[in-house]
Design a protein. Structure first.
Length: 549
């Protein structure tokens, strides 16, 4: 077989892909792919391989270039992501102050489409006027200043103007771009601070209200650190109450305690160090003012915690309670005097509720009935009344409660613990107590002796009447004017008087006539003079029968 003629290759060169597997690679793992150039002459000449080093050199250059391009692409993509996702507005300026790029956040905050701002003067668009509306010259603008002095400019509060003409409060940083030692432009990063300003305003208003309160209340408001080494705030009331300057306390944080009375100081110091941080601090103590006067103080404290719950401040109120202490002392003394009067007054005092339960009784009243005070408290008041009187007592208490404020009086028998009986006259009045519940106040007077005297008098009167009724003589009783007040039954029979009332309070001497009348008058005058008046005279009966007396 004759040899085939060679067909010449007319293309000057051809790219070959060379697969090279690393010596350490195993079967089934992809080989490295590289690209190199082989000229046609190399093939025509029968060379099966490119010249030594040709593919390796070209492969190295191409690989480096592609790696650089890949890195550049990644950086470009990262740059775009940062600009797109950033929460702040970001835009770039060239050295003439014209916009080179604007991120989406900046465009949205300013009310523009990004394309509307490219190659535009940002100062003219958004920074042309100050917050009060007056013109803002570009040569005064800190943003443009970075283009000339190469210094970073930070502005914590300013305004940018939106497309619709409204303003937006911002803080911004203008950072120069330095290339080869010269300023090539600037990057501006800004943030909408509306919420921050509102929060600052709220804080300012809160602080103003706090100061208005703290500066005008009479109480002393104070704030310290937890260790009590620094006074962070003391209200002007300190000067009025302690009699010392606020500056002295700021300079010497313990000076408030130096003013505490020596008898109280150790107790207050221990309580302040151990209980203020827990909020359980509430102490009353005395202070000595520079003028020598003593004031009583009621001091309270509570912890202030940060967001993590850690106590970072202690705050409190110190109140001058000297007047309250004076009133309390006067009240205690008044209570002591009242208690002495209440317990030892020779009258029995009871207070019962609407159900008749004893709420209080004085010591004298309990003693008079043979009880100790606790034995009567909580029991029914009916238990100490005579059984025959209890129904009447119950009705009288009900009537008293039905007429609030109207005093009522009654007399009943009480039974002592030993079973003996005493008579009492009670004056009762229903009122409302501190809880607006009805109660009955009762003052009891022991009238046993009077009742016994009345009974004795009654018995004496009954005995006298028995004597008068049983006498056969005419016995009369006249007043000092000689008017008839009484005549026994025998006298009425003798004089044939059928209706004594017709003669009562009539002059006795009218029953006599002539000289007998004069004799009767003389006997009456003798009796009025304390002597015994006697006479004998003629006096007819009511029906005219003559009788001598």
């Amino acid at each position: 077989m004759s040899a085939q003629p060679r067909i010449p290759l007319h293309k000057p060169s051809r790219h070959w892909r060379v697969f090279r597997r690393p010596a350490s690679s195993r079967r089934g793992i992809a080989s490295t792919v590289t690209t190199c150039s082989i000229s046609a002459s190399d093939i025509d000449s029968g060379n099966k391989r490119p010249p030594p080093g040709t593919c390796a050199t070209r492969k190295s250059h191409i690989t480096q270039r592609r790696k650089a391009e890949e890195i550049l692409d990644r950086l470009r993509h990262l740059h775009e992501v940062i600009l797109t996702q950033a929460g702040e507005g970001i835009y770039g300026l060239d050295r003439d102050g014209l916009t080179t790029f604007v991120n989406q956040t900046a465009a949205q905050l300013l009310g523009y489409d990004p394309s509307e701002l490219i190659d535009q003067s940002m100062h003219t668009r958004l920074h042309h006027s100050r917050p009060d509306g007056s013109a803002y010259p570009a040569d005064h603008c800190p943003i443009y200043a970075a283009l000339h002095d190469g210094v970073v400019h930070r502005v914590p509060r300013d305004v940018f103007w939106r497309k619709d003409g409204t303003s937006i409060p911002v803080e911004y940083v203008s950072t120069p771009i330095i290339e080869k030692g010269t300023v090539a432009g600037a990057v501006v990063v800004f943030r909408d601070i509306t919420e921050r300003l509102e929060a600052e305003l709220a804080v300012e208003e809160s602080q103003e209200r706090f100061l208005q309160l703290a500066e005008h209340i009479r109480e002393v408001f104070w704030i310290t650190d937890p260790a009590k080494t620094r006074v962070l705030y003391i209200s002007p009331g300190y000067e009025e109450v302690w009699g010392r300057s606020c500056e002295s306390l700021y300079a010497m944080p313990d000076s408030w305690m130096d003013a505490i009375h020596s008898d109280d100081r150790l107790r207050v110091r221990d309580a302040a160090m151990s209980r203020q941080i827990s909020g359980a601090y509430s102490e009353e103590y005395r202070i000595l003012r520079p003028d020598g006067s003593v004031r009583w103080i009621w001091d309270r404290a509570f912890p202030i915690r940060d967001a993590s719950g850690t106590v970072y401040r202690i705050a409190g109120f110190a109140e001058d309670v000297t007047e309250r202490k004076r009133v309390e002392a006067a009240l205690i003394e008044s209570e002591r005097r009242y208690r002495a009067l209440f317990d030892d007054n020779p009258s029995m005092y009871f207070m019962v509720d609407a159900a008749g339960i004893v709420l209080s009784v004085n010591r004298f009243g309990a003693d008079r009935l043979g009880y100790d005070v606790p034995e009567l408290l909580g029991s029914s008041v009916l238990n100490i009344f005579h059984p025959d009187d209890q129904d009447d007592v119950r009705r009288n208490l009900a009537a008293c409660l039905s007429e609030m404020g109207r005093p009522r009086c009654w007399e009943f028998r009480k039974v002592r613990k030993d079973g003996s009986v005493i008579w009492v006259r009670e004056t009762a009045q229903a009122v409302l107590n501190d809880q607006q519940a009805p109660v009955v106040l009762i003052v009891c007077e022991d009238i046993t002796a009077m009742k016994e005297a009345e009974l004795a008098l009654h018995d004496s009167e009954e005995f006298k009447n028995q004597i008068l009724r049983s006498s056969a003589d005419c016995i009369k009783v006249l007043d000092l004017e000689g008017r008839l007040q009484y005549m026994n039954d025998a006298g009425q029979t003798i004089l044939h008087i059928r209706d004594l009332n017709a003669y009562l309070n009539k002059p006795w001497v009218d029953l006599w006539e002539g000289d007998d009348r004069n004799a009767a008058l003389a006997a009456l005058e003798a009796a009025k003079a304390g002597e015994v008046g006697k006479f004998v005279g003629f006096c007819p009966t009511t029906d005219g029968i003559a009788k001598w007396w």
